[in-house]
Design a protein around this ligand. Structure first.
Ligand SMILES: *[C@@H]1O[C@H](CO)[C@@H](O)[C@H](O)[C@H]1NC(C)=O
Ligand SMILES: *[C@@H]1O[C@H](CO)[C@@H](O)[C@H](O)[C@H]1NC(C)=O
Length: 235
């Protein structure tokens, strides 16, 4: 009888020690995360302001308002001339598009740059689409190149309208309903924790589209670009 009570006491003190350890590991993990969050800014290469200027110049250079190919060429040519390959890896292949479904919206994207703390893509569709922005761990700057983007965030019951040359800034943690009205393409710049955004960008494959071909290429190109950046020390 005495022996049984002792065994029970040892078992419960073991369980207690286990929970203390788990609590300590969780605490250290959260402390590391919040510390990383305060220093992430040092890895940013782009600025929202310079990309906004570039998007405006690209829009202004277009022979017609729907010349998206010309606008994209202007952006990529400028970026590759501005940033040396030792500072940031860029993907100059303007034919490398993948279809993407996220938050109920569908379009195609061309990844110009992807690293752990920043990404820069062209996203859009000539058909129009509508959905949820997703809740993100990064700040998002949506520079409209062609067409219009509409957005809705209650309690403001009037729609927000963004036109070519304008930028729609969605701060980290905020959510909206948005619509790429008719044909719309944008230069999207996100800065923050990019890998944590990926579940939103990929979840629709598993719950809806089953488009494993696009999933494969999205992961392949993203991993390749993140890898190229890590190789030059760009986090
Ligand atoms: C890139 O675009 C910016 C904004 O339009 C401009 O100020 C800069 O001179 C351009 N750089 C190159 C190398 O074309
Ligand atoms: C550019 O991307 C397209 C589509 O993925 C591919 O077929 C082509 O080979 C790529 N070009 C280069 C130079 O990598």
């Amino acid at each position: 009888m005495v022996k049984r009570v002792q065994t029970q006491q040892i078992a419960s003190s073991n369980a207690f020690a286990k929970w203390i350890t788990r609590g300590a590991v969780l605490f250290l993990f959260l402390a590391a995360c919040s510390w990383l969050d305060t220093i992430k800014d040092q890895w940013y290469v782009f600025t929202p302001e310079s990309l906004h200027e570039l998007a405006q110049a690209a829009v202004a250079s277009a022979p017609t308002p729907s010349s998206i190919e010309h606008i994209i060429d202007h952006i990529v040519t400028n970026l590759t001339a501005t940033y040396p390959p030792s500072v940031i890896a860029l993907n100059p292949n303007t034919s490398e598009w993948v279809l993407n479904n996220a938050g109920g919206a569908m379009g195609a994207m061309y990844i110009i740059h992807a690293s752990i703390t920043e990404y820069l893509i062209i996203f859009g569709t000539p058909l129009g689409t509508e959905g949820h922005t997703g809740m993100h761990t990064a700040d998002d700057y949506f520079n409209i190149l062609v067409g219009e983007q509409w957005a809705f965030a209650p309690p403001n019951l009037q729609m927000e309208v963004y036109k070519p040359g304008e930028v729609h800034h969605l701060p980290r943690g905020q959510v909206k309903q948005y619509k790429m009205h008719e044909g719309c393409f944008a230069l999207e710049y996100a800065r923050g924790w990019i890998p944590l955004m990926m579940p939103f960008g990929l979840a629709d494959v598993f719950s809806s589209t089953l488009d494993y071909w696009s999933l494969y290429h999205t992961i392949r190109v993203t991993a390749r670009e993140m890898g190229r950046n890590l190789l030059i020390g760009k986090i």
